[in-house]
Design a protein around this ligand. Structure first.
Ligand SMILES: *Cc1c(COP(=O)(O)O)cnc(C)c1O
Length: 256
């Protein structure tokens, strides 16, 4: 048997750790989806990840997202054109926008993405609502919650989130599918878990109030250093970059 690539090994290890964390919390591992964050990955590596079964990819910057989503769209087109001949070619992956989004960039990325995780203001929500109408889509969005309450961080304050969520949920071309958060960059397990737990509690409260309806079902939380805690606290989407692709972009500079 051929030796596994480094990426295949890392992917196996992460999936294993995800499943173990889910079991610890008595959750079905199938409830948690891996989103591969491609910041440090070149086009070949991204292609390989998709071949290995990664269905969801994410970027935090608009330029990178545009460039990489265009590359993976070609994968999907090849599959359509060649039909059965290409049945080993996976479907084009879904792209998630996980970084702060400026309103003037919305129109550009909207046609390429599956979900925006980072709505943190009414104005941004309105901009996406208008842009989605123009391309005849109902855009899946999540609200970013600043659960660790660090002053410099993006995201809506926990105390303001419910009200903003209600407003987003009434917009005709948006579908509020969940909440996203980032824990503090900390070594303290309790601090990290607190941020996830606070977001989970807000999520439960919004579900209780039927904000977003049955589509409101995702918690996007957990990164390379804290995804196991996040899964134990209820995450349905984990956003993993460096644990999968490495921390450095050094081998990527000539790659795209
Ligand atoms: C970069 C990034 C990630 C992935 O971080 P890693 O620590 O490399 O796994 C997840 N979420 C957001 C919002 C990011 O910007």
């Amino acid at each position: 048997m051929a030796k596994k690539s480094l990426l295949a090994e890392r992917l196996d290890a992460i999936r294993e750790r995800m499943a173990t964390a889910a079991s610890r919390a008595k959750r079905d591992p199938a409830e948690v989806t891996l989103i591969a964050v491609t910041k440090t990955a070149g086009p070949e590596t991204i292609r390989e990840a998709v071949q290995l079964g990664v269905t969801d990819l994410a970027e935090s910057r608009v330029q990178q997202l545009l460039q990489r989503a265009a590359q993976t769209q070609e994968m999907g087109q090849r599959r359509r054109v060649h039909g059965d001949d290409a049945k080993d070619t996976p479907a084009a992956p879904r792209w998630h926008m996980i970084g702060h989004l400026q309103r003037n960039k919305v129109k550009q990325i909207l046609p390429l993405i599956h979900c925006v995780h980072t709505i943190d203001s009414l104005r941004l929500a309105e901009e996406i609502d208008v842009a989605a109408a123009k391309v005849d889509r109902r855009m899946a969005v999540m609200m970013q919650v600043n659960a660790s309450e660090e002053s410099q961080k993006f995201g809506v304050a926990v105390g303001a989130a419910l009200h903003l969520g209600e407003q987003i949920a009434t917009m005709p071309n948006l579908q509020l599918v969940g909440l996203m958060t980032m824990a503090e960059n900390s070594d303290d397990e309790k601090t990290i878990r607190n941020a996830f737990r606070r977001t989970r509690e807000l999520f439960e409260e919004m579900k209780w109030q039927k904000i977003g309806g049955t589509n409101f079902r995702h918690l996007s939380m957990g990164m390379s250093n804290d995804f196991e805690y996040a899964i134990e606290e209820g995450a349905t989407l984990v956003r993993i970059g460096s644990a999968l692709f490495g921390a450095s972009t050094a081998d990527d500079v000539n790659d795209n």
